[in-house]
Design a protein around this ligand. Structure first.
Ligand SMILES: C[S@@+](CC[C@H](N)C(=O)[O-])C[C@H]1O[C@@H](n2cnc3c(N)ncnc32)[C@H](O)[C@@H]1O
Length: 439
């Protein structure tokens, strides 16, 4: 194995893609690890260093302050320094000596010919070990650096949930995400559970979702159980959205923002004679919905259509559907544990811009619902702008709709709106609202 294809070499390559090319973290890591012959331990190490460095990026950059006195010209230098400081501070089992040696080898392998970058890396890391970690003095800046969340987001959390809950949420969001799966409603739950036990996944029950199995390790997508559609990868909170509907089984359902189809297949599992029409603005992504439907054995109940949901009225007549799901495009602020880079890319203004799109989608699909039909609105965001405010504004201009109480999995909402914060159950953060068109 060469230095570049070692666990740390692959983590560095993936980090360079995220930091310099702004690629998505999960896509970059999957791309870099694909076809590599790593042991499970090395794969875990590469994953841990990669996600940990992105998660703690603000903290790690702050540690470099005062230690770097020259421009870091070669593209590998900054990511290598950040991931090395990550290991020095957060991975207790790796001795400092090993981190320095590995950084030295990586600098030589990734540096230009005759580059002296390895000396620079060595000097900076040794200076960091002598000085140790530092934090700003002022409270807001300190919390922001300590938990590695931009100041606007820390202030936003404090404004909405107070300082104590914010501290709790930020710390929780820096923990690794769970390996959550949902057992298909068409499979025999107990027998899938037994297979999981026998294959060493040590499944655990979820506190909020009875269909979920939380696995002790990754790699489920390589198993026959997954390939045969007995279960799928889905967060335990995400798996509650579809359960907010009361299905008859023979109805026409619209999934207005469907790709990659996690909720489309779940809807289809509830249908007997009914069908679900899955829209997405990105035609390419609909192939994923079709693949998902095929794998989960529900392709005969799913029809896909590339379409901007804001123009759905040009393709479907009014009152075509008994149920409509709007799992809206959103900031993803509930996914900060699973997609750590979101915290650095989103801005406060995005929340208002997204609100406008979310309201336009709701407004346009509302004409397609039959009287007494159900409309479920959900996002994987916890912001007020994309959730409660959207529902309030929609109801102000659509007096024929009302919020209705619902039960989804082990949770009940009397108000018709449910927000799951990410530290309550250690799940993704989610918002679900259930509306009914009066008869
Ligand atoms: C939150 S994701 C949906 C996740 C999906 N429901 C699932 O559970 O797998 C939002 C989706 O909405 C799509 N989208 C964004 N704007 C849209 C629009 N105007 N009309 C339809 N789809 C849209 C995005 O391409 C994205 O696939």
């Amino acid at each position: 194995m060469s230095v570049k294809t070692s666990a740390r070499g692959l983590a560095l390559t993936a980090l360079m893609r995220v930091f310099k090319q702004q690629s998505y973290s999960n896509i970059s890591l999957n791309h870099v690890l694909a076809d590599q012959q790593l042991t499970p331990a090395d794969r875990n190490l590469a994953t841990q260093i990669f996600y940990g460095t992105i998660q703690r990026k603000l903290f790690l950059e702050y540690q470099l302050k005062g230690l770097v006195r020259t421009k870091l010209r070669e593209p590998y230098l900054e990511p290598l320094l950040l991931m090395s400081i990550y290991q020095l501070v957060f991975l207790d089992k790796i001795p400092d000596r090993a981190v320095l040696d590995e950084a030295n080898k990586l600098a030589k392998a990734f540096g230009r010919p005759k580059s002296s970058g390895f000396r620079l890396v060595n000097g900076i890391l040794r200076a960091f070990i002598r000085r140790q970690t530092q934090l700003p003095k002022e409270d807001l800046a300190k919390l922001s650096v300590q938990e590695s969340f931009p100041q606007w987001l820390v202030s936003y959390f404090i404004k909405n949930w107070g300082l104590k809950r914010t501290e709790q949420m930020l710390a929780s969001l820096n923990q690794p995400a769970k390996n959550s799966t949902r057992i298909s409603g068409l499979a025999k739950f107990d027998s899938v559970w037994q297979s999981l036990v026998q294959s060493g996944f040590s499944p655990a029950r979820s506190a909020l979702n009875p269909q979920a199995a939380i696995l002790a390790k990754g790699g489920i997508s390589n198993t026959p159980m997954f390939k045969e559609g007995q279960l799928t990868i889905q967060d335990e909170a995400a798996g509650l959205v579809v359960e907010a509907f009361d299905f008859a089984g023979d109805e026409q359902v619209l999934d207005a923002c469907s790709a990659p189809g996690g909720k489309t297949v779940q809807i289809a599992e509830h249908l007997t004679k009914g069908k679900v029409t899955a829209l997405d603005i990105h035609a390419k992504k609909l192939a994923l919905v079709e693949q998902n439907a095929k794998r989960m054995g529900v392709a005969d109940k799913v029809a896909v259509k590339a379409c901007d949901a804001r123009q759905a009225g040009t393709f479907f007549s009014d009152q075509s559907f008994a149920k409509i799901l709007v799992d809206a495009p959103c900031s993803g602020l509930g996914l900060l544990r699973r997609k750590p880079e979101i915290r650095y890319t989103k801005q406060l203004a995005d929340l208002r811009n997204l609100q406008r799109i979310q309201l336009q989608i709701l407004d346009q699909v509302s004409f397609l619902l039959k009287p007494t039909g159900e409309l479920v609105y959900s996002t994987c965001s916890i912001s007020v702008e994309e959730n409660e405010e959207v529902i309030d504004q929609f109801l102000k201009t659509h007096a024929d709709f009302e919020l209705v109480p619902f039960t989804a999995g082990n949770l009940t909402s009397d108000s018709g709106m449910l927000k799951i914060l990410p530290d309550t159950y250690g799940s993704d953060g989610f918002f679900i609202a259930k509306l009914r068109l009066r008869g």
